[in-house]
Every structure is written in C-alpha cells, then in structure tokens.
Design a protein around this ligand. Structure first.
Ligand SMILES: CCCCCCCCCCCCCCCC(=O)SCCNC(=O)CCNC(=O)[C@H](O)C(C)(C)COP(=O)(O)OP(=O)(O)OC[C@H]1O[C@@H](n2cnc3c(N)ncnc32)[C@H](O)[C@@H]1OP(=O)(O)O
Length: 246
C-alpha cells in the first residue's frame, strides 16, 4: 500500500490537490515534500497520549492496568474480545480523530493542538486515560493532575477540573455521536483535589433526545471515599459545516 501511494504521489495523484499546490508542480519544487517523505509522514505512528509514560505515579499505573486488563485490545481482524471496556486513544490534533488516527493533520501542518495535550513535559499538567464500556453508557477516566494546574495553593484549579469534565463527557458524547459541541455544563465543586493526586472521573449517559445528549459526571478519590465534583453536561450533535461557519 505504501509503495502504491508513493507511486501515486510521485505522479501528482489525488492527495496533491488537497495540499493546495498546483496540479502538477515541478519535481524539484520546494513547496511539496518528496514522495518518500510524504509516505513516511503518512505511515509514521502518531503518539497516543493515553499510554503510560514515566511521569505516571503508582496509583495512575495501578488503575490504568486495572481497566486496561478488562479492555479489548485492538488487533487486526479481531475487534471484539468480549471484555467490558475499551481504551480510547488520545492524540494532540483533532484531525487525527477525524481520520481514525491517521494522518491527515500531518499533511495540513496546522499549529492547532488539543488544549489538554499540548504541554511537552510529561506529568506537568493533564495526564489521563479514558475507557468506555461496551454499551457506550459509561466512561471512566483516570486523571493525574500535574503541578502546572495549581489554583488554590496545593490544589487543582477549578478551570482545570472543568476542562477535564468537559473532555471526559465530550469524548463520551463524541464516541456516541461525533461531532458534538458542549451546549451546557454545570459543576458543583464539593471538595478540593490535591495537586499531584490521581482521581477518577466517571461519566454516565443519562438520555438522548434527538440531537441532544445529556451526560452526568462525578470526580472522586480513587477509592471512592471522597466526592470532589459533580457535573451535568448537554452536548448537541452538529454538522461539520457548523464548525466551518465559525
Ligand atoms: C471514538 C472516540 C472519538 C473520540 C473523539 C474525541 C475528540 C477529542 C476529545 C476532546 C473532547 C473535548 C470536548 C470539548 C467540547 C467543547 O469544548 S465545545 C466548545 C464549547 N462549546 C461551544 O463553543 C458551543 C457554542 N454553541 C453552539 O455552537 C451552538 O449553540 C450549539 C451548541 C451547537 C447548538 O446550536 P444549534 O446546532 O444551532 O442547535 P439549536 O437548534 O440552537 O439547539 C438544538 C437543541 O439544543 C437545545 N440547546 C442548545 N443550547 C442549549 C443550552 N445552552 N441549554 C439547553 N438547551 C440548549 C435547544 O433548545 C434545542 O433543543 P430542541 O429544540 O431540539 O429540543
């Protein structure tokens, strides 16, 4: 497949107009990478930010392994292994989601990055992994809050908590009915979250009504003994044209 694509690109095939270049630029044009470079760009692996890194603490790792152990592993030809959960991969550019993780956004070299995945230092801000259950009624997120998320001294900023709630409920809604946008988000902050701690963020689909998805969410300590936050969110399914309107 890669060889075929190289041949197509080498011959100014279907992807070239997409790059806003003239229909068939000269071979030495500097505005377009050589075919081999393009093939490398297209088939190189995108970073999946939901996989463990060296900043993940013991509790984050323990919970990741717990849910991952109950999750289907995506292998070619064997999608459903009957386990309860599925880990949702996480990239730093929206277009990677739109293409299933491959690789449109490498061609459109946009500077836009997903808000929660744009800090380079591992562990400094949002470290998280999301799992969704088979029926797509529930999501669970294991979230480790880094030192750049401080609000009140030693505790996580309320805006950072809201960001994570929007991310979890929004990813949940997207998995059911992409694309969606948040129309309404209500949050009750019940007890502060210590900076550096790992918490669970769980979302539940309450109901759908036409284009509307109602999702509830709670943030708790990992043993469930402390309720940090409660939230409800409304997502509305949109057309891609809605995003282009601005
Ligand atoms: C496989 C896995 C994939 C994973 C993939 C992951 C992707 C990577 C993950 C990142 C996850 C981040 C998730 C962030 C998500 C954002 O942060 S989105 C950004 C913040 N939100 C916005 O900017 C939205 C701004 N608002 C709007 O654009 C528009 O108002 C909306 C929300 C799209 C609705 O507009 P509309 O499409 O014209 O719809 P409209 O007719 O006004 O309303 C539709 C219905 O919703 C109701 N409604 C609308 N707004 C409201 C409201 N505020 N309150 C109550 N009802 C409302 C209306 O009354 C109406 O009800 P019905 O009459 O149908 O009963």
């Amino acid at each position: 497949m890669a060889r075929n694509l190289a041949r197509i690109l080498g011959g100014c095939g279907s992807l070239v107009p997409f790059m806003k270049t003239p229909a068939c630029p000269p071979r030495n044009s500097s505005s377009i990478p050589p075919a081999r470079t393009l093939v490398q760009m297209l088939f190189s692996k995108s970073r999946d930010f939901s996989l463990p890194n060296s900043s993940w603490g013991e509790e984050m790792m323990r919970l990741y392994e717990f849910y991952n152990g109950q999750s289907d592993v995506e292998t070619e030809g064997e999608e459903n292994q009957g386990r309860e959960w599925k880990r949702l991969p996480s990239y730093n550019r929206s277009l990677k989601y739109a293409t299933g993780g491959v690789y449109l956004s490498k061609i459109i070299q946009s500077k836009a990055r997903l808000f929660t995945r744009n800090i380079r230092e591992p562990g400094a801000a949002f470290e998280y992994v999301l799992f969704i259950n088979k029926e797509k009624e529930r999501c669970v997120c294991v979230f480790q809050a880094g030192h750049l998320l401080e609000g009140p001294p030693g505790h996580v900023h309320g805006g950072a908590i809201a960001t994570m709630i929007d991310t979890v409920t929004g990813t949940h809604a997207s998995a059911i009915s992409a694309p969606v946008m948040t129309a309404n988000l209500n949050i009750d902050y019940r007890s502060p979250i210590p900076l550096g701690s790992t918490v669970l963020i769980e979302s539940t689909l309450e109901k759908t009504e036409g284009r509307k998805l109602y999702i509830s969410c709670k943030v708790t300590s990992t043993d469930g003994s402390k309720r940090h936050t409660d939230a409800t969110a409304l997502f509305v399914s949109i057309s891609v044209a809605h995003l282009l309107k601005g």
